[in-house]
Write a protein that binds this ligand. Structure first.
Ligand code: SAH
Length: 248
């Protein structure tokens, strides 16, 4: 007797729908999402699609019609509630385009709640294509099965970030010149957190002093080697997630 396949099939495509979803709702999918479903994922009438809206959770959609440029779905059941995302922000200086895209995608997969691009004195990139970054984060959330999207904050200058820093949130300052071993520091500071990663050129002395002057700042080391900014971001988030996040 063949095992009954899991339902919905884990292979069911998954889409973020930017409107509140509800049981029995009829949805018309068009544009790039329709192309992805019908041409890339070859979804057919009677097929299933997982949908999430970053508000009510994840739903199962049944394909009730496939047109040339659109698809009709009917929402059949709620699969999961919207998750509680670990309360970690990643504050990172924008680095070269392809690399900040990569950081945004990895931070989304790793469960970061908010990505905050921070302009520092040695940041080589001072403008950011938020639309492109947000698209990468949505795609990562669809792939890794998040039911809550990570937020993307506006580009902020370091001095403004420090000036407005929330009193209840620990800022783990990844300092390439040294600090407390990250795992030890994370274990000593449970609760809402953020990680600050510098640009390819690192932080300068004035910035280092200003960051360390913040009461909630905890300078941390990510080991004896100098990591690329994107490596440092990924590594620091992973250490935090393993110790204080939702990997247990
Ligand atoms: N240009 C600098 C290094 C910058 S690395 C130099 O050569 O010294 C980019 C960022 O990654 C740093 O600002 C820091 O936030 C982080 N980083 C890299 N290696 C690190 C380490 N071993 N410990 C803590 N943070 C590190």
């Amino acid at each position: 007797m063949p095992a009954t396949p899991a339902w919905p099939p884990n292979s069911a495509p998954r889409l973020f729908i930017d409107q509140p979803l509800g049981d029995g709702m009829e949805l018309r999918i068009e544009g790039g999402q329709a192309h992805y479903l019908s041409s890339v994922m070859r979804v057919r009438q009677g097929g299933t699609v997982k949908l999430f809206d970053d508000r009510t959770g994840e739903w199962l959609g049944e394909v009730t019609g496939v047109g040339k440029r659109d698809l009709m779905l009917r929402i059949a059941a709620r699969l999961r509630e919207r998750e509680a995302v670990p309360d970690l922000w990643l504050c990172a200086a924008p680095i070269k385009k392809s690399r900040i895209d990569w950081v945004a995608e990895k931070a989304s997969e790793l469960g970061v709640a908010r990505l905050m691009p921070v302009v520092t004195r040695r940041t080589v990139v001072d403008k950011l294509n938020g639309e492109r970054l947000r698209a990468h984060m949505i795609e990562a959330a669809e792939q890794c099965e998040r039911t809550a999207l990570p937020e993307l904050a506006e580009l902020t200058r370091l001095d403004a970030l420090l000036r407005d820093w929330p009193a209840s949130r620990t800022l783990f300052f990844a300092d390439e010149e040294g600090g407390k071993p990250m795992l030890e520091a994370v274990r000593e500071h449970p609760g809402p957190a953020a990680i600050l990663i510098g640009p390819e050129g690192g932080f300068d002395l004035v910035e280092r002093v200003a960051i360390r002057a913040l009461t909630k700042a905890v300078p941390v080391s990510l080991g004896p080697r100098i990591l690329r900014a994107e490596t440092a971001a990924l590594t620091a988030v992973s250490v935090w997630m393993a110790a204080n996040g939702d990997w247990t």
